[in-house]
Ligand binder design. Structure first.
Ligand code: DAH
Length: 344
């Protein structure tokens, strides 16, 4: 028995394990149910009583040594495994999460608003479900004007004097602003508008506009022209020219349509500007005295200008998108084109 004990002490000293499994095998070999030390313990019961003291101490020491040695092997195998053979390659680049980006219509709307904010305009908003008064009547639309009819307007409720409808333009926000804000007024009104149109490359039943309104004493058509010129140059580049063509809107007198010089061919004529060198971008004019009066503003003392533009139209011109429907189909191939287009 003495030799057996010495032998195991020696073996324990030389014991090696590189994995957890090997350390566990060593534990079983020495301390398991049928382990070598366990067998010696059993043998101990049968030895002569006078030897019990000596061997008892030795066996206890052996068991303790074996336990701590195996514990040592287990923890060093663990540390080695963590250090030398990691399961994952920690130097591998991580997976990129797909990031969303702003919609081109939002980008352009924000650009338009930012340009006018620089000129000192505030932002005003109004409801998308409006009444006939704010969309038509207060804007000097005669009672039987075709724009009020079913083919253009989505009505929410009819049958009374002031039906509810989806606004067909953001000019309604002009009226709300004149009703509620002190003079002078300088606002831009971005928003979504609705028209009962057949959907095509050039028309949609939902689109976005930005309306502008400036009312003060002595505002003239020259102020309007200058504001639009500055806007056009900020939006389309410093060489941009504008021209104004006489037009008609019930809420402005005189009224004009604004064209900018084509930013593709620079006036030479191309298929975007259909060979004319000019692109139409907005309607505008001097606020009709009837419109001022309807909102309680004295047209003898105050005058003002207004303008309104389609956001999708400006975006189409900026990025040469030839089909309006792209803006509403949420096709990722189209939308991701604008992921980096946040600068003017
Ligand atoms: N409201 C017009 C439209 O929907 C756009 C417009 C034209 C707005 C002339 C104006 C303006 O303020 O003066 O087509």
């Amino acid at each position: 028995m003495k030799e057996a004990i010495e032998q195991i002490f020696k073996e324990l000293e030389e014991l090696k394990a590189t994995t957890q499994k090997e350390a566990e095998e060593a534990r079983v070999r020495f301390l398991g149910k049928k382990g070598e030390i366990t067998a010696l313990m059993e043998q101990f019961r049968t030895i002569a009583p006078e030897l019990k003291r000596e061997y008892g101490q030795k066996l206890n020491e052996l068991k303790k040594t074996a336990l701590s040695r195996i514990e040592e092997l287990k923890s060093s195998a663990q540390a080695d495994n963590a250090g030398s053979t990691p399961k994952e390659d920690l130097t591998m680049p991580g997976d990129a999460f797909p990031l969303g980006s702003r919609h081109p219509v939002s980008i352009v709307r924000q650009q338009i608003v930012d340009i006018f904010r620089k000129f000192g305009y505030d932002v005003a908003e109004g409801p998308e479900i409006e009444d006939d008064y704010h969309v038509f009547e207060a804007l000097n639309f005669p009672p039987n004007h075709p724009a009020r009819e079913m083919q253009d307007t989505f009505f929410v409720s009819t049958g009374h004097l002031n039906p509810l409808l989806l606004r067909t333009h953001t000019s309604s926000v002009q009226v709300r602003t004149m009703e509620s804000q002190p003079l002078p007024i300088r606002v831009v009104c971005p928003g979504r508008v609705f028209r009962n149109e057949a959907i095509s490359a050039r028309a949609h039943c939902i689109f976005h506009q930005v309306e502008g309104l400036y009312i003060d004493e002595d505002v003239t058509f020259a102020d309007l022209k200058q504001a639009i010129l500055l806007f056009a140059r900020e939006m389309f580049g410093p060489d941009t020219e504008i021209r104004m063509r006489p037009s008609y809107f019930p809420f402005t007198e005189p009224s004009a349509e604004v064209d900018v010089s084509c930013n593709i061919c620079h006036g030479k004529g191309c298929n975007i500007c259909k060979g004319t060198g000019w692109l139409e971008i907005m309607g505008c004019g001097m606020v009709d005295p009837n419109v001022l009066k309807a909102s309680g503003i004295d047209p003898e003392k105050y005058s003002g200008f207004a303008f309104g533009m389609g956001v999708e139209r400006i975006a189409m011109l900026k990025w040469q998108v030839n089909d309006l429907r792209h803006y509403f189909e949420n096709d990722m191939r189209f939308l991701s084109e604008f992921a980096t287009a946040t600068e003017v």
